[in-house]
Design a protein around this ligand. Structure first.
Ligand code: AMP
Ligand code: MG
Length: 301
């Protein structure tokens, strides 16, 4: 592999995977180095989200992780340029988390410096009237990345088995079949040349309290505070149950779910960046060959 190993704060194994029986697998089973602390949900297995640690740090310290993030971002920038030039395939990166889970902060930290022309970020809010008039996948499909592009979903089609389920926005007879519909949708995107990476940013309830309090306390952060977040927080257990089922039902070989310990922002950012860089590297995008006769062409005065 072309990148340097991450410096460890200690000699300990750094293995912090706590999900029973879960292997700490590299993305997509590519055989790349495992990332300590990242839990990849194994398709078709029982999965216990509550057993996954939220404060794992992979045996790193903040300074080492910060340095590694800078180096990892450079890998993403270079690989993204090749993906864009190749213009054959695309990468879709999906972020899901509870409120304050760190979706926005992760996107900011991981994609800094990436050519904006080759990368689009789409946040998904409460569906508009027009969106609500269509099938639930319509608005997501419309934003799926085209050839050469990285697409980032800040919230996604999973909202339709998360908030829709927890708040009874539609009856169970409607949301339950959606797990299979999502798997079919993702299989179709994959078969069409899109590699899908799905990250669940996993924080504890205590960490969410701290982050909500920080939003309330700091005037420059108050705009982010939404009283509705407290209503959602009251439904914490229902959300965790909904996340658990979505991650278990929709982790497939082609598009597995990655659970990222996210109480420590610096570790979260590095884990996500490493997984994206490793995935792009495994895709191995190639710069197209020059058209015949380009080399040596003389440009007239
Ligand atoms: P935020 O991402 O914090 O700006 O909030 C966006 C809000 O939109 C959240 O409360 C989501 O639950 C909500 N939302 C996103 N997608 C859907 C959906 N498909 N159905 C209902 N609510 C949604
Ligand atoms: Mg919010």
């Amino acid at each position: 592999m072309s990148h340097k190993p991450i410096k460890r704060a200690s000699d300990t194994s750094g293995a912090t995977v706590t999900e029973p029986g879960a292997a700490c697998k590299s993305p997509g089973g590519t055989g790349l180095d495992a990332i300590p602390g990242l839990v990849t949900v194994r398709p078709g297995r029982v999965f216990d989200l509550a057993a996954v640690e939220t404060r794992a740090d992979g045996g790193l310290d903040k300074a080492a992780a910060g340095e590694a993030l800078v180096a990892t971002r450079a890998r993403i920038v270079a690989l993204q340029e090749r993906l864009y030039a190749e213009h054959r395939r695309s990468l879709l990166v999906v972020f899901q988390a509870i409120d304050t889970g760190g979706k926005d902060g992760t996107i900011r930290a991981v994609f800094e410096g990436v050519n904006p022309q080759g990368c689009r970020v789409w946040p998904f809010k409460v569906p508009s009237a027009e969106e609500a008039d269509h099938d639930f996948l319509w608005r997501y499909h419309a934003k799926a990345p085209g050839r050469g592009m990285i697409g980032v979903f800040n919230r996604s089609h999973y909202e339709d088995v998360l908030v829709a389920r927890v708040k009874n926005l539609v009856p169970e007879s409607v949301w339950r079949p959606r797990y299979d519909q999502i798997n079919d949708f993702e299989a179709m995107l994959t078969a069409s040349g899109t590699t899908i990476l799905k990250f669940f940013l996993h924080i504890s309830k205590a960490e969410q309290k701290k982050r909500l309090e920080a939003r309330i306390a700091a005037p420059e952060k108050q705009w982010k505070f939404d009283a509705a977040d407290l209503v959602e927080r009251a439904a914490w257990d229902a959300y965790q149950a909904a996340f658990t089922e979505a991650l278990a039902r929709c982790s497939t070989k082609a598009a597995p779910w990655h659970v990222v310990p996210a109480d420590r922002k610096w570790f979260r950012n590095l884990v996500v960046a490493r997984t994206i860089a490793d995935t792009l590297e495994a895709m191995d995008p190639r710069i197209p060959e020059a058209r015949p006769g380009v080399a040596g062409t003389i440009v007239p005065d």
